[in-house]
Design a protein around this ligand. Structure first.
Ligand code: GLN
Length: 239
């Protein structure tokens, strides 16, 4: 059997990385390593080219100021490769600010920040508090838990499915009951925490998709700590 390898590209890892979003990369790496799967991580930051040669593209959350810089670079330099990767079935995962940039746009007052449009979503700033707190959502495949903190409100286009439904917390806009968005292997979510360490099943789901195998075929790991982290976050979210 040929050796398995997962190639991950972290977009703007030093700028789009708040609330421990880097933990998502560590989790992917560790769960691959434990299974003897070769894990290759390449960063692509401002002004760097982006190649359509990775299995997973990942972009975390960020402050508006950093997000502006990254959005301009993403659209100007990286959008064609990212769109080509998504079209061939590569995984694209965006968290919070990263999720917003996978949509069409983020309106901050009069300012229009363009995204790459891989998800049919638009984000606006509205009067009202930031949407902050513990969150739990349900998907067909399982429950995701974590922490959200965003000022932007994200609206789904008419045919854009959410990633999941809010069990507790705010989600995309605080009232629709939707959280995140998904189109094929392109996923966006507001869940920090970080996302993958608290939701090991999603990490394995991503690894399996990257390898084009079913998650059940991955070697079973001792998830006592991961399960405890999930249970604790679920409890914090009041479930
Ligand atoms: N700057 C964005 C917002 O406030 C995203 C924040 C984040 O990534 N946590 O909506």
């Amino acid at each position: 059997m040929s050796a398995q390898v997962v190639r991950v590209c972290a977009l703007y890892p030093e700028l789009m990385n708040i609330y421990a979003d880097r933990g998502n990369l560590l989790m992917l790496e560790q769960r691959c390593r434990w299974r003897g799967i070769d894990f290759r991580l390449s960063p692509s930051t401002l002004e760097a080219p982006l190649r359509d040669e990775h299995d997973i593209y990942y972009i975390g959350g960020g402050q508006d100021s950093d997000q502006r810089l990254c959005a301009a670079d993403l659209v100007a330099r990286k959008a064609p490769a990212l769109r080509a990767a998504a079209a061939r079935g590569a995984i694209v995962l965006g968290v919070c600010g990263g999720y917003q940039l996978l949509g069409h746009s983020y309106e901050i007052g009069e300012e229009h920040v363009e995204g790459v449009g891989l998800l049919d979503v638009r984000t606006v700033r509205e009067d009202g508090p930031r949407l902050i707190g513990n969150i739990a959502i349900t998907l067909e495949e399982g429950v995701l838990v974590g922490f959200e903190n965003h000022a932007g409100r994200t609206r789904l286009g008419p045919d854009q499915p959410p990633l999941g439904r809010v069990l507790s917390g705010h989600g995309n806009d605080g009232h629709s009951g939707f959280e995140g968005a998904r189109r094929d292997n392109v996923l966006g979510t507001y869940i920090h925490g970080p996302l993958l360490p608290k939701n090991a099943w999603l990490c394995d789901w991503l690894i399996a998709r990257a390898l084009a195998v079913e998650p059940e075929t991955l070697a079973v790991l001792d998830d006592a700590l991961e399960d405890a982290a999930h249970a604790s976050a679920l409890h914090a979210a009041g479930r």
